[in-house]
Design a binder for this molecule. Structure first.
Ligand SMILES: C[S@@+](CC[C@H](N)C(=O)[O-])C[C@H]1O[C@@H](n2cnc3c(N)ncnc32)[C@H](O)[C@@H]1O
Length: 236
């Protein structure tokens, strides 16, 4: 079995339209990775910062970040038009003016200038790109659009996650540490530390943590051991 990019996007549109597998993606509260990132960025004394979020879903992370004083603007994008139309509605309801949401594919040219952003987010987005080439392209674009010295948060599912160990054993994909979600058919990749560092090879790793928590899949709790990593684009 393999899945095309269009099929993966259709499955995500369906998931965003009728939240089913990952109810937290429908949540208004940001991912737990974002609070830690805010603390990190504040610790670096960043101000009037502009950021970029790839695979922003319904916008919970960018909306929360935009409420921080040190943030002046965020470009947030997702390839799901369903997710982005909800993100725009939510931003309007909350009178959020600092985030621009757009439908854009992370595996195609990012419509932003090079060396532009002070910070970036890959919050469980790489995980959902179904080809190694597409994933690599997306992170190369993240590298290109960040300023030298800028940071990228990588929050990713890991090879130690309880649910993913089961899925990989029962429904493996062709790629290592990846599987097809049996109820939705969606491709998902989990990462070892080495795989993430290889994906982000052009960056320097400045923080690496494992965060153990309970995550719900199909509304059932499982132990996860997520990667929380901060990468920095080298200063030329
Ligand atoms: C696990 S969800 C995370 C959403 C969001 N970051 C959050 O934390 O709520 C992964 C997101 O990546 C998006 N996505 C997957 N592949 C993408 C691609 N090639 N380009 C842009 N977005 C993509 C999906 O539509 C989905 O919204």
């Amino acid at each position: 079995m393999s899945i095309s990019h269009e099929e993966q996007r259709d499955k995500w549109n369906e998931e965003h339209r009728h939240p089913f597998a990952l109810l937290q993606m429908d949540d208004h509260n940001p991912s737990s990775s974002v609070g830690l990132y805010v603390d990190f960025l504040k610790g670096k004394g960043i101000s009037q910062a502009i950021g970029v979020e790839m695979g922003c879903g319904k916008g919970r992370n960018s909306i929360a970040l935009s409420k921080e004083n040190f943030v002046s603007h965020i470009e947030a994008f997702d390839f799901s038009y369903v997710a982005i139309s909800t993100a725009k509605e939510r931003a309007k309801e909350e009178d959020v003016r600092k985030v621009h949401f757009a439908v854009m594919d992370a595996t195609r040219h990012w419509m932003f200038p090079s060396d532009h952003f002070h910070f970036g987010l890959d919050c469980a987005a790489s995980t959902d790109i179904e080809s190694p080439e597409g994933r690599q392209y997306a992170i190369e674009e993240m590298f290109r659009v960040l300023k030298p010295g800028a940071y990228a948060l990588c929050w990713a599912m890991s090879e130690r996650d309880e649910y993913h160990i089961l899925m990989r054993a029962q429904f493996p994909a062709e790629e290592q540490n990846a599987f097809y979600q049996p109820r939705t058919g969606k491709f998902e990749k989990v990462f070892t530390e080495e795989e993430l560092d290889s994906l982000y090879a052009k960056f320097n790793v400045v923080e690496k943590r494992r965060i153990s928590k309970v995550t719900r899949f199909f509304d059932t709790p499982y132990a996860t051991d997520m990667h929380w990593r901060i990468y920095q684009k080298p200063i030329k």
